[in-house]
Design a protein around this ligand. Structure first.
Ligand code: GRG
Length: 306
């Protein structure tokens, strides 16, 4: 297996190859960080591995690695925090799929955690992934203690409440079957989806010791990227199949959820996606670093099919 210091340079633009290489690197590190399946309590550890290794895109850790490298971080310094980001994301998917939330049976092309195991095990697997994420950063000896505290704070703020993913999820659940304005919808998505994507980019830049103005600019890029991710997610919920998505399509319509296409129509949602993509790219122009891979990530999200 490649180590992070053997990563190929990111100058030549082969995004697909770069993503695959990084995915393998992240999966290898996750495998080392997560408790083995045979360790007691095996039910929880099996459930964690069932969900983590079900084939997610690894978008957030890839964004963290790409941002960190654009700002000049050593690749090996980024990997543990990138894995922590994926742990938080996977915990959120496990809990989102529970009967008390989205009640879904398919995720990442497999039965959801509570279907494969049971509800209590799925709750515990999500809880354990969340705590392990913070522990992973706290114990990363490649980073200074000061940096670890900054990263833990960033992740806690963006994953929790009132300014993060938990707040967005709560507002989203409250808004079900209600009339939601465009402004309210955007607020939900900025919290539920974009907050963790902002954290991914900012954590990469924090590890690279980027100065505050650049940290701010890359956070604004990621905020638009997160919104773009959600708009394309809403569009894919209408247009994609379960096979390509790995999750049940049409769930938003079925739950009468407000989405960009349901509020504005499909064509206007596409237009909004293009505008938000442009805004993300405009933020990159303020950063005097090699940001072409960050630009390519925005292009990729605009055109994604899954
Ligand atoms: C339970 C606190 C809590 C939060 C749940 C993640 C989430 C918040 C809800 C999932 C529902 C959803 C469709 C969110 C919008 C976009 C999103 C986060 C999609 C899933 O992320 P991907 O596409 O998934 O990166 P993979 O499987 O590729 O990692």
């Amino acid at each position: 297996m490649k180590t992070s210091s053997e990563l190929s340079p990111t100058s030549a633009l082969d995004l697909e190859g770069l993503f695959n290489e990084r995915r393998a690197l992240i999966d290898g590190a996750l495998d080392r960080l997560l408790p083995a399946e045979y360790v007691e309590p095996v039910s929880v550890h099996q459930a964690i591995r069932w969900s983590v290794f079900a084939g997610g895109k690894r978008f957030r850790p890839i964004l963290l690695l790409t941002t960190g490298e654009a700002f000049g971080a050593h690749p090996e310094d980024l990997l543990a925090t990138a894995c922590a980001m994926e742990m938080i994301h996977t915990y959120s998917l496990i809990h989102d799929d529970l009967p008390s939330m989205d009640d879904d049976e398919l995720r990442r092309g497999r039965p959801t955690c509570h279907i494969q195991y049971d509800e209590a095990t799925a709750i515990l697997a999500g809880d354990a992934l969340q705590t392990l994420a913070f522990q992973t950063i706290a114990e990363e000896s490649l980073l200074s203690p000061e940096k670890r505290v900054l990263l833990i704070s960033e992740l806690g703020r963006t994953a929790g409440t009132p300014g993060g993913m938990v707040a967005g999820q709560a507002l989203d659940l409250e808004a079900e079957s209600c009339a939601v304005t465009g402004e309210e919808l955007e607020r939900i998505h900025r919290l539920k989806t974009a907050a963790l994507i902002i954290a991914a980019a900012r954590c990469g830049a924090i590890i690279a010791e980027a100065p505050d103005p650049e940290l701010d600019a890359v956070g604004k890029y990621a905020a638009q990227l997160g919104l773009l991710f959600q708009i394309t997610d809403d569009l894919l919920d209408i247009t994609a199949t379960a096979e390509t998505l790995g999750k049940t399509p049409g769930k938003d319509l079925q739950a009468q959820k407000a989405t960009y296409p349901s509020l504005y129509g499909i064509e206007a949602a596409h237009q909004r996606a293009h505008l938000v993509h442009q805004e993300a790219c405009a933020m990159l122009e303020q950063i005097e670093r090699p940001t072409e891979h960050l630009r390519a990530i925005a292009d990729f999200i605009l055109r994604r099919k899954a």
